[in-house]
Design a protein around this ligand. Structure first.
Ligand code: SAM
Length: 325
């Protein structure tokens, strides 16, 4: 039976982090680069498979593999294959910074990847490098081309718009999707425990972009049950679509349909919640998966109606696992 909480929300979608490590230094996320602060090993392929089995028993049909940067794990094809082979899991999605995408994507596709999200914060190579610390924009755009050749549809491109860094890119992004059939999702910059000043200087309201899109004849798209929290828009003159992810908008949590498991097996009920429930001991063997499913069901009793972002409680000490799913 599908997992449901006390607020009537159904959970069919899991975000599964497989590593905390990242090789990019995005100015809004890890400006000083990734610093390992916890020596706990990341989930093994078997533990990941059992996580997928546990959630499949609870009605989960879609699993997004994320990080950190998931491409840093050499066993990523094995991980994808393990998740994709679990009965009931219909979609295996990946969120990546696109590192080595043209080279690595064919093996991921062969392993059973069905959906791809790539983060591209600017279409200007210099600005891209200034934001991420890497001069890899062309490589990444080449990766999108490989994805299309491999038959991926519904490719999503995530961009965090920041007033002082790339907000000027909005027209260029729009021009790009006139001919490029991807969904371009603007993620509102979120405040974490250590980016207060940066947030104040750079936060761009998604609602303002929405107003502009509606004025320019962009039309809202109806959602499926496993879709994430983005509000999507289409336009008859554009091959691509636009998505807005606005965690500060008033109804953001009403459509919540996902839970999160960290790279060390902690279950988080909210993407912005720091407190985790330790699922890992129940992932050690196939014999304890009924207990793992009961554990998740029991933990869900604690899920709150909304996150606490508006009270200035980010729920996230430093960088966070991302909502661009
Ligand atoms: N490394 C992968 C990537 O770059 O897509 C996956 C993890 S990353 C944390 C997932 C998403 O979270 C990215 O699209 C990133 O832009 C977004 N993100 C990270 N920190 C953010 C913040 N403070 N506000 C908004 N989005 C953020």
């Amino acid at each position: 039976m599908t997992l449901q909480d006390h607020h009537g929300r159904r959970f069919t979608y899991l975000r599964l982090s497989i590593t905390d490590a990242c090789n990019f230094r995005c100015n809004y996320c890890l400006p000083d680069g990734y610093q390992c602060s916890d020596s706990t090993p990341h989930l093994s392929v078997d533990e990941i498979r059992r996580t997928a089995m546990t959630f499949a028993r609870l009605g989960t049909t879609k699993i997004r593999i994320t990080g950190g940067e998931p491409a840093l794990r050499r066993d990523l094809p094995e991980i994808i294959r393990a998740v994709a082979s679990v009965p009931g899991i219909e979609e295996v999605a990946l969120t990546t910074n696109g590192w080595k995408l043209p080279k690595l994507l064919p093996a991921w596709a062969d392993a059973g990847l069905t959906r791809l999200n790539v983060s591209i914060d600017s279409l200007d190579p210099r600005q891209f490098q200034a934001i991420t610390g890497h001069n890899r924009l062309q490589d990444l755009l080449g990766g999108l081309e490989v994805a299309r050749q491999l038959g991926f549809t519904g490719i999503k491109v995530n961009a965090v718009l920041m007033r002082e860094h790339n907000a000027d890119q909005l027209p260029r992004f729009l021009e790009w999707i006139r001919e490029t059939p991807v969904t371009l999702r603007f993620i509102e910059l979120m405040q974490t425990g250590d980016n207060h000043e940066f947030f104040q200087q750079n936060h761009v309201r998604g609602e303002d972009i929405k107003t502009q899109l509606l004025a320019d004849n962009w039309q809202p798209v109806l959602k499926n049950t496993t879709d994430g929290p983005a509000q999507e828009f289409w336009h008859p003159e554009y091959a691509g679509r636009i998505g807005l992810i606005m965690p500060y908008s008033k109804d953001f949590c009403q459509s919540c349909n996902r839970l999160r498991v960290s790279a060390t097996g902690q279950l988080h009920l909210c993407l912005f919640g720091e407190q985790g429930f330790d699922l890992r001991p129940l992932l050690a063997s196939d014999e304890t998966l009924d207990d793992a499913a009961d554990f998740v069901r029991h933990c869900l009793d604690d899920k709150k109606a909304t996150h606490a972002l508006h009270d200035g409680n980010t729920g996230v000490r430093t960088h966070f696992a991302g909502i661009g799913g």
